[in-house]
Design a binder for this molecule. Structure first.
Ligand SMILES: [Fe+2]
Length: 391
């Protein structure tokens, strides 16, 4: 006999999460719990045109909250998007942020909440050494995060990725308190995501879990979370791509995405180190880029992750558990959900590799890769990924 589990819950790990279909109705409650009376809802222009945003704003206003909308942001967001959000926050006399959307909207929303009370420029809070201690914590506004894609996991992340247009790099803006105080994780909000975006963001979630799992740092809690996150993705990502209205598949992918971001406190690696420069220079989609480079990075890391991949293969129930069975699974999954096989398909040209490798080696994600990354081995990795050479 199988007992049907209700896919809902109230969790306090790693922050307070209200999980389950239909729970977006609890948004005004969550805002009040965070002490907000006038939240600024930050989202992207695409979502702003959809009924779910109008409903959320109306729901907040109906509950007596002075909710306004800010949607002047772009994919791969830049500092000017954050500045505009801060200006809207101040002009409207707001006292908190609802960060509502995919990775870009969540990251801008969190960065706006950070920046409303600071006097230093945003780049002073890059995730380097102890720069986060420069933040005036009292100036930070509260955040309620509402993810609408299952991939980024930014709703439980302590950072925002913002592109610096001066040198075309993606910079990680970090403070421990950027972790949103409340999350509403409602899988119904993800039902309308088209199959290609579902696939790309789902592979970002896989990249988070997989890179965290492979990172050499000591964090057994994250290690366990990553393993189960990958099991959920293996079981449910193809279904979520095939049948977008499958709320069960959507629910499992949404939590797997949250798990990926909770896990990557343990570290990321070469997938993200390669993906960030591609996004910054060529505006490629973050999750899609991770998905393309994933098998090349696995093969490169093979000498250091053989045992971990065998353990993962066992947990996933793959036949003949080994490094090879995980690689085969990743390649099959990539193909089944329509991810291109090489970076050339995303517009990366061989003459750009020198620049991309130089940027990748400076990316903060390199530290979590199980094999030390250099400009030379990243150049080889990029070359393989552009030419489609898995060896
Ligand atoms: Fe990512």
């Amino acid at each position: 006999m199988t007992i049907e589990m209700e896919l809902a819950g109230n969790w306090n790990y790693p922050t307070a999460i209200r999980f389950g279909a239909g729970r977006i109705r609890e948004l005004p409650d969550a805002c009040r719990e965070m002490g907000m009376t006038r939240p600024l809802l930050v989202t992207d222009p695409g979502l702003a045109a959809l009924p779910m945003i109008a409903d959320a704003v109306a729901g907040c206003r109906g509950a007596g909250l002075g909710c306004e909308l800010f949607a002047d942001i772009q994919g791969n967001p830049v500092a000017a998007n954050v500045d505009a959000g801060v200006a809207a926050f101040r002009a409207g006399g707001h006292d908190g942020v609802i960060a509502f959307g995919g990775g870009s909207a969540l990251d801008v929303g969190k960065a706006v909440a950070l920046m409303v009370g600071q006097t230093r420029p945003i780049w002073d809070f890059e995730d380097r050494e102890d720069w986060y201690t420069r933040v005036d914590v009292d100036g930070m506004a509260a955040v309620v995060a509402v993810p609408t894609t299952a991939g980024t996991g930014s709703e439980v992340g302590r950072a925002s990725v913002i592109t610096d247009t001066r040198d075309h790099t993606k910079k990680i803006i970090f403070h421990p308190r950027m972790l949103p105080g409340r999350v509403i994780a409602d899988p119904e909000l993800t039902l309308g995501l088209p199959p290609d975006i579902t696939a790309a963001v789902g592979m970002d979630a896989l990249a988070h879990n997989l890179e965290a799992f492979c990172s050499p740092f000591y964090h057994p809690i994250a290690q366990g979370v990553a393993l189960e996150g990958m099991r959920l993705i293996r079981k449910w990502l193809p279904a979520a791509c095939r049948r977008g209205d499958d709320v069960t598949a959507r629910a499992h992918m949404l939590v797997a995405s949250t798990m990926g971001a909770a896990a990557f406190q343990k570290g990321l690696g070469a997938m993200h180190a390669m993906s960030h420069p591609c996004g910054a220079v060529l505006d490629t989609h973050h999750g899609l880029t991770n998905a393309v480079v994933m098998p090349y990075v696995l093969v490169f890391n093979r000498p250091a992750i053989e045992e971990k991949m065998t353990a993962l293969a066992r947990y996933l129930g793959l036949p003949a558990p080994s490094f090879g069975s995980v690689l085969d699974w990743v390649l099959d999954l990539r193909e089944a959900i329509g991810i291109p096989a090489d970076l050339a398909a995303l517009g990366v040209a061989e003459d750009q590799i020198g620049q991309l490798a130089a940027m990748a080696v400076a990316d903060p994600s390199v530290g979590g890769n199980p094999i030390p990354l250099t400009r030379a081995n990243l150049t080889t990795l990029f070359m393989n990924a552009v030419r489609g050479r898995i060896e």
